[in-house]
Ligand binder design. Structure first.
Ligand SMILES: *[C@@H]1O[C@H](CO)[C@@H](O)[C@H](O)[C@H]1NC(C)=O
Ligand SMILES: *[C@@H]1O[C@H](CO)[C@@H](O)[C@H](O)[C@H]1NC(C)=O
Ligand SMILES: *[C@@H]1O[C@H](CO)[C@@H](O)[C@H](O)[C@H]1NC(C)=O
Length: 495
């Protein structure tokens, strides 16, 4: 009996101290978010819509991949139905209204609108679906923030190389043009691409995501290169043809961790940051433009050493440097977690690869609390530090935190998610109090959804999704109530 009590005490102690590790201390006096600070929630088309083959929708690479390779998805599921948001937007809207969010970040499915990826076929049913979402949001004082591309590349484009073929620049520019023309009278916040590093390195380097290309250090770099140029082309087209009448803002969403170092020095942190956030942000938001010099030099030298006659990462031409530089009205940041980085000598990873080129190795702190995703540790300090890094490198550009969230097993009493959320709101507030230009925070996600290769096993929702029910109810978790309290008071508040 005594032993049992001790055991129970130990377990509890462990739980409490683990929870404490997911906290961040308040700095300064101010606990109030600025009056115009905006809170929202995020989703993405493939992860919630379902309706994969109805009403004229074309196929995306996630449709073909999950159908061809059910064994690659942890629970052998797919997004064929998901949360059925294609048929149940009313239920999403009810949740959004209950949360009192100021904006909703969702994505357009490119193949739902343009089944062939180009403008040869324009799917009116797809237009109707998104028009309804936008109009209902606006009628309820919720601003639409639209991601144009969130992983679901049209299969039509994949047939001839997807992101490795630079014709995607042209395709994307015409897709974007069609979006501005069709929805830009009401959509004023546009995000061109979501997390290029992830779909490029995982999709074209490590063959972990579709299109399952294994070409590390080559095709993944091409993918990021073409993404940056497609982004800038879409940005310039908006500014030239639509901005005067529509007056919106355009940015890109980049995912990044922050890096700490145990044995190394500040050069190691700088190296790790330039190989992640800097790779995509430097060309757009820095004064000089182009890729970080450190990255260009490493990869240029490695390429020669490997016997190539050119660099696997050539610098942008003067023309493209100019087009890309300044092509962002805000920087969208997806922040989930951080790492320790150390120089690896000799470098680890395949030759060539991003791991090898970067010469870095990553570890975690055993004190960091882990979520239900093997890569996700709660490190709120990293969000504060990455916001300051952006402030100092990129002239205090306006930042939207476009994603930040915690995975668990789906409990309605999700106190761990509340811990995570409150610690990261504290991080944002600390950064604001320190002069960082962050104006939007969007939690991932509104509802539990299809988490890519992890299927439905990892839950990120503020709302529980009842997958087994024919009505696919969305049920508010405890974290939804907590978030609403923060949104209503605009005040940081400890649960
Ligand atoms: C190799 O690196 C040095 C700096 O260490 C740089 O000056 C040089 O341009 C690089 N070479 C190539 C081919 O990129
Ligand atoms: C924040 O960003 C906006 C938009 O780019 C800019 O107009 C403003 O000057 C920035 N604020 C600060 C404090 O730098
Ligand atoms: C989910 O739906 C099923 C079937 O309607 C129901 O039995 C179950 O209680 C629901 N789960 C929750 C958590 O509401």
């Amino acid at each position: 009996m005594k032993a049992l009590i001790v055991l129970v005490l130990c377990l509890q102690l462990h739980r409490i101290s683990a929870a404490e590790r997911c906290q961040l201390h308040h700095k300064g006096e101010n606990r109030q978010f600025p009056e115009d600070f905006a809170f929202g929630v995020s989703t993405a088309a493939y992860q919630i819509e379902g309706g994969w083959n109805v009403d004229g929708k074309g196929l995306s690479i996630w449709d073909t991949y999950t159908h061809a390779h059910p064994e690659r998805i942890l629970d052998r599921t797919n997004g064929d139905e998901a949360a059925e948001s294609y048929h149940r937007f009313e239920q999403d809207l009810a949740a959004l209204k209950a949360l009192k969010v100021k904006f909703y970040r969702f994505s357009f499915s490119w193949p739902r609108l343009l089944p062939n990826a180009d403008t040869t076929v324009i799917n009116q049913k797809g237009i109707d679906y998104y028009n309804n979402i936008i109009d209902k949001l606006l009628a309820n004082d919720i601003e639409p923030m639209v991601t144009m591309f969130h992983c679901d590349l049209p299969e039509a484009l994949n047939k001839f190389g997807g992101f490795t073929n630079d014709i995607i620049i042209k395709y994307f520019r015409f897709y974007a043009d069609f979006l501005y023309k069709t929805f830009g009278d009401r959509v004023k916040k546009w995000i061109t691409f979501n997390e290029p590093f992830d779909y490029c390195v995982l999709g074209y380097g490590r063959a972990y995501f579709p299109p399952l290309v294994h070409s590390p250090g080559v095709a993944d770099y091409l993918c990021m290169d073409n993404t940056l140029r497609a982004h800038a082309a879409a940005y310039r087209s908006y500014k030239a043809k639509y901005f005067k009448r529509q007056g919106g803002k355009i940015g890109i969403t980049i995912s990044s961790r922050f890096y700490y170092t145990q044995r190394g020095d500040k050069h190691t942190i700088e190296r790790a940051m330039q190989y992640s956030l800097g790779w995509l942000a430097n060309p757009i938001y820095s004064k000089s433009g182009n890729y970080p010099q450190l990255v260009l030099d490493d990869i240029g030298n490695n390429s020669l050493r490997e016997g190539l006659a050119w660099s696997r990462l050539p610098p942008f031409s003067e023309f493209w440097t100019k087009i890309i530089r300044g092509s962002g009205d805000f920087l969208g940041l997806n922040y989930y977690t951080s790492r320790y980085a150390e120089l690896s000598q000799p470098p680890i990873g395949e030759v060539p690869s991003w791991e090898f080129d970067s010469q870095l190795e990553y570890t975690v702190d055993e004190k960091w609390k882990q979520g239900n995703s093997n890569w996700l540790y709660c490190v709120p300090q990293g969000l504060e530090d990455i916001l300051k890094w952006i402030r100092d490198r990129y002239d205090n550009v306006e930042v939207f935190v476009t994603e930040n969230g915690w995975s668990d097993y789906g409990a309605l009493e999700d106190t761990d998610r509340i811990d995570f959320l409150q610690a990261h709101l504290q991080a944002v507030l600390n950064a604001i109090n320190d002069g960082c230009n962050v104006t939007h925070y969007s939690h991932w996600s509104l509802i539990d959804n299809f988490e890519w290769n992890m299927g439905y096993t990892q839950k990120y929702g503020l709302y529980y999704l009842n997958l087994t029910s024919p009505h696919k109810e969305r049920i508010a978790k405890m974290s939804a109530h907590y978030y609403r309290t923060v949104i209503e008071s605009k005040k940081y508040y400890r649960y």
